[in-house]
Design a protein around this ligand. Structure first.
Ligand code: 13P
Ligand code: ZN
Length: 269
């Protein structure tokens, strides 16, 4: 079967990066069944032929109006699709959508009429904000990392920047590679507009946001970098859990050590 990726190496590379990350999510145990979703803005790879491609789905409502997304294109994981399948067959487990001129609806243009993820409101609201704020970010990732989600079940960890500080202090690289830390969104119904709105508010200060008792939502310039931010945070969470399992509360790096790190790596906070 022919694919929109044929003869489009730059677009193919971006979708292959999504497939690579989907494989990591499955291997890490963060993607049970259809858990998690990914969207990437691919508009910079859209050519004149793609703009002419007919819709292969009915017009579908996003549920919110997103003025910056007029005529933008996205690769989206399909709702109900498995990351482990997407890793091998990204175009059978996801699709490319075009946002219509009314800025509140979309159509699917390729390869198959795979319905986008149920978390589309959160993803698109955030992509709309990237463009509005002239941010270089083009990728968003939602996943269910085991240790981080477990930590979100403990109220004292959910205070502002409590988890950021704890996770940063477990190993120096975490602050270096996730310098804005972890924001917190109190529990909201999955796929709801309320969850989307609360996520957006946190992204003003953080690149990775915890959805209490559910998962994380991460953004970056590309999908590999978004994955890396979650990976370093969850590594710290695993170190914390390992120490607790050995029967002690880990000391964590001292405030002086953290400060020294921030100066040496020119970190913002
Ligand atoms: P989708 O299969 O619709 O992407 O949903 C997965 C998920 O993790 C919802 O939060
Ligand atoms: Zn989820």
């Amino acid at each position: 079967m022919s694919s929109i990726l044929d003869e489009r190496p730059a677009l193919r590379k971006k979708v292959e990066d999504v497939a690579e990350v989907a494989g990591y999510l499955w291997q890490k145990g963060w993607a049970e069944r259809n858990g998690g979703n990914i969207t990437i803005n691919i508009t910079s790879n859209v050519d004149a032929d793609m703009r002419q491609m007919p819709a292969i789905s009915p017009v579908m409502d996003i549920g919110i109006t997103l003025p910056e997304l007029k005529g933008q294109y996205f690769y989206c994981k399909g709702t109900g699709k498995r990351m482990r399948d997407l890793a091998r067959h990204p175009m059978a487990n996801g699709s490319i959508i075009r946002i219509l001129d009314d800025c509140k609806s979309y159509v699917i243009i390729a390869d198959e009429a795979v319905q986008p993820t149920s978390e589309l409101p959160s993803h698109l609201l955030v992509h709309n904000w990237f463009i509005k704020k002239h941010l270089p970010y083009r990728a968003s990732l939602h996943t269910h990392p085991i240790e981080l989600v477990a930590m979100s079940h403990h109220k004292p960890f959910l205070g502002k920047d409590v988890l950021s500080r704890l996770l940063w202090s477990m190993i120096p690289e975490t602050k270096a590679f996730c310098p804005r830390g972890l924001g917190i969104v109190p529990y909201k119904l999955p796929s709801s507009n309320e969850l989307a709105q609360a996520t957006l508010e946190q992204l003003a200060d953080y690149d990775v946001v915890m959805w209490e008792k559910h998962g994380v939502f991460a953004v970056d310039t590309d999908i590999i970098s978004a994955f890396d931010q979650v990976d370093v945070l969850n590594k710290s969470a695993q170190i914390y859990v390992s120490a607790r399992n050995m029967g002690f509360e880990p000391d964590g790096m001292t405030d002086e050590q953290m400060k020294e790190m921030s100066v040496a790596f020119h970190l913002p906070k």
